[in-house]
Design a protein around this ligand. Structure first.
Ligand code: UDX
Length: 423
């Protein structure tokens, strides 16, 4: 049978970690594989899950109970939260997988499970059912190089906790690895990674280029029209987009300094203030007395933004982010220069270092002791830096090319599909 004929019969089961920064890239992987004729079945935990109707394509969905809803409040400590998610999800995941595979009636059309290595329990379960696993790493290849190196325990930026050690073992024990990266961006790190983990590595990024929007935005944001309309009224490349991802928090003093820096910069801005952004505050926006009056129409504050659409809007000329890999990749590969303020996980420091020193597509501020004058200055520097902007035009060109026919990520996706068909 030819490859096209085989592909129609092949199905993959995707099981993303239930955090927005891990779900978005997995949804993009689904789009990429589905565009090649592979059919998609999702297993999602109930926590954070989008409505199946937010997908334009015909995927199958299975929802399992992660027990998070029964907790009074999800733990604010991400490490404890990850441990709870893992221990709550193991049995429901196993039962769900058994039921999906049982309904196949001997056809054996499920080629593999594609999952997140931070689910640290899937190895034994997939072995029980004879199902190969492919991992999706949602941060940089450089991050996984550090984590898979023997001296990671001595690395100052990387406080290593048990799930992280287990995560690297999960990657090494899997059949292959998908990276949200591309050869032209991280070639040397990808090569080192291949040596460190000794399994096939498929850099098919930038992943967001496979979808027009992220499915998670549709359940976190009822109507994106007012935001887009506001952007439509701003001059080209004038707006600074400010967002610290889906889980990072800052303290009240940092929040106030950023707010004053933004106000004093005189730059139009769109700021995502999630209700839980400020540590210990129930509704962070309430902390901004008089702020909206002071900045007037120049500043727009929202609780969530359609980030992909925002970053490709002609009015946006810069992004102030925490250095989460999705946000960094969604910005630089769309030609948007960034200010990185690492907030939470160790990879954010590595990403900030690459942005400033390796790719030279942005600037960095340190969160500790951040003050308004510094925020104002770094915004002015970023928005006025013509060299960075020109470099980013090239970045965008390369990123667009590599997912197009014949590009490095396009070829890598072809190889990934052939690999899946061979399993
Ligand atoms: C985290 C890590 O920081 C990241 O490095 C890791 O690989 C995945 O988990 P998070 O901190 O949430 O994720 O940040 P980021 O990686 O930037 O992901 C946030 C996602 O939410 C992005 O895809 C972004 O487009 C989306 N988002 C964020 C929105 O759509 N709207 C918003 O208002 C904010």
């Amino acid at each position: 049978m030819d490859r096209d004929g085989m592909k129609k019969m092949k199905k993959v089961i995707l099981y993303p970690l239930s955090a927005i920064g891990h779900m978005n890239p997995m949804f993009h992987v689904a789009e990429a594989l589905n565009s090649k004729g592979i059919s998609i079945t999702f297993i999602l935990t109930k926590y954070n899950s989008p409505n199946p109707s937010s997908f334009s394509t015909d995927y199958s969905f299975h929802f399992i109970d992660d027990g998070i809803a029964a907790m009074e409040t999800p733990p604010s400590n991400p490490v404890a939260f990850l441990a709870a998610l893992n221990s709550n999800s193991r049995q429901p995941f196993r039962d769900c997988l058994e039921s999906i595979l049982g309904s196949e009636k001997g056809e054996k059309s499920v080629a593999c499970l594609i999952t997140d290595p931070l689910w640290v329990f899937t190895r034994a379960i997939s072995e029980e059912f004879g199902l190969p696993r492919i991992m999706l790493h949602t941060s940089t290849a450089a991050d996984l190089v550090i984590l898979s190196s023997p001296d990671v325990l001595q690395h100052d930026d990387y406080p290593v906790f048990p799930e992280i050690i287990a995560m690297v073992e999960e990657v090494k024990a899997s059949s292959g690895l998908i990276c949200n990266s591309y050869e032209e961006l991280e070639g040397p790190s990808l090569n080192t990674l291949r040596q460190n983990i000794n399994i096939p590595v498929f850099p098919i990024g930038p992943l967001h280029k496979y979808s027009k929007t992220s499915a998670t935005s549709s359940f976190l944001l009822k109507d994106k029209t007012p935001i887009i309309k506001w952007l439509d009224n701003q001059p080209p490349k004038s707006v600074l987009y400010v967002s610290f991802g889906s889980i990072a928090t800052i303290n009240k003093a940092e929040f106030e300094e950023i707010a004053c820096g933004l106000a004093n910069s005189n730059q139009p801005f769109l700021w995502v203030i999630r209700p839980d952004l400020v540590h210990g505050s129930e509704n962070s926006q309430l902390l901004l007395e008089d702020f909206e009056e002071k900045v007037g129409e120049r500043g727009r504050i929202v609780t969530w933004a359609p980030q992909q659409e925002v970053l490709t809007h002609t009015a946006v000329g810069g992004a102030f982010i925490h250095g989460g890999w999705n946000s960094a990749m969604e910005s630089i590969s769309e030609g948007v220069p960034v200010i990185c303020m690492p907030c939470l996980f160790p990879d954010q420091k590595t990403i900030a270092r690459h942005v400033t020193d390796v790719w030279r597509v942005g600037l960095r501020v340190d969160r500790g002791g951040i003050e308004r004058g510094q925020v104002e200055e770094v915004i002015k520097r970023l928005m006025g830096d013509q060299e960075i902007r020109e470099r980013l035009d090239e970045f965008k060109g390369t990123a667009d090319k590599c997912v197009s026919h014949g590009g490095s990520s396009y070829e890598s996706l072809e190889k990934l599909c052939s690999f899946i068909l061979s399993l």
